[in-house]
Design a protein around this ligand. Structure first.
Ligand SMILES: O=C(O)CCC(=O)C(=O)O
Length: 259
């Protein structure tokens, strides 16, 4: 399964400009037999939190129509990062996953809101799990700050997720946290990690890029720098099974001592 991670800059508070920008990026990323495209967190609006009750997408409809048509055109799965989705009075930070036929296969709303960037003042936390499949491979999605909660990721790994998708807007001053947390989540859960950060800046933050695709042994298969770029790697589930046989952590867990 070939994955393409689109590390992009985001035009603050301007969904139309971001829709236009992403169209050419997706076309380019699909030029060579790509199976899955991954986008960053809040890629339609950026962190324009005060405006989300106006520029957030009602029920995600506009994003769904737009991404669905690209998924159909290129016959590709799209983990469409996350977008601000308005539902009645609330706004959620929601990951939308599309299959090759353009169906919305999963909606996952970020469960851990990040106080340092005032998310809890403007967003409502989700309460559902992040499980989905991509071409029948069990996967799960997490959004940015979620990766600081190993118990949340572990729950999904124990329930069968093998590829962990992480869209983010992770600020540059904590790039080493981002890199180390992602590598650790891959090693400790023996999962692939496919992580997409944004680059550029908004009025409050500079974002660090370093999107990464990591194998279950913790090896970085591909890593971006701090510019707009698309990175690619192949995910091989047979390889994951080999790693899990070599060090069988799932068999060696002491469930008599802990869950
Ligand atoms: O945990 C962090 O340092 C960054 C998290 C973040 O930026 C977010 O969840 O949007």
């Amino acid at each position: 399964m070939k994955v393409a991670v689109i590390q992009m800059d985001i035009v603050y508070g301007n969904p139309q400009a971001n829709f236009e920008h992403i169209t050419s990026k997706i076309r380019e990323a699909c030029s060579d037999q790509t199976d899955v495209i991954v986008l960053p967190e809040l890629w339609t609006t950026g962190y324009d939190l005060e405006m989300l009750d106006q520029i957030g997408d009602p029920n995600g409809e506009k994003t769904i129509e737009f991404i669905s048509s690209l998924a159909i055109s290129y016959h590709v799965n799209i983990v469409a990062g996350s977008v601000a989705v308005r539902k009645e009075k609330d706004v959620f930070n929601t990951m939308l996953v599309f299959d090759r036929e353009g169906n919305v296969h999963k909606e996952y709303s970020k469960v851990h809101l990040f106080r340092l960037m005032n998310e809890e003042k403007y967003l409502k936390a989700g309460n559902d799990d992040g499980h989905f499949t991509i071409d029948d491979i069990p996967a799960a999605g997490f959004i940015c700050y979620d990766i600081r909660f190993p118990e949340w990721i572990r729950k999904h790994a124990l329930e069968g997720a093998k590829v962990l998708f992480v869209p983010a807007e992770w600020p540059k001053p904590r790039t080493e946290h981002w890199r180390n947390l992602l590598i650790t989540r891959a090693i400790e859960n023996q999962c692939y990690v496919v992580a997409c950060n944004r680059v550029g800046s908004d009025p409050d933050n500079v974002f660090g890029g370093h999107s990464m695709i990591i194998n279950p042994w913790g090896e970085i298969l591909s890593e971006a720098d701090e510019d707009e770029t698309t990175i690619y790697a192949n995910i091989q589930i047979e390889e994951l099974n080999e790693f899990r046989k070599r060090i069988p952590i799932y068999e060696d867990r002491r469930t008599d001592l802990y869950e």
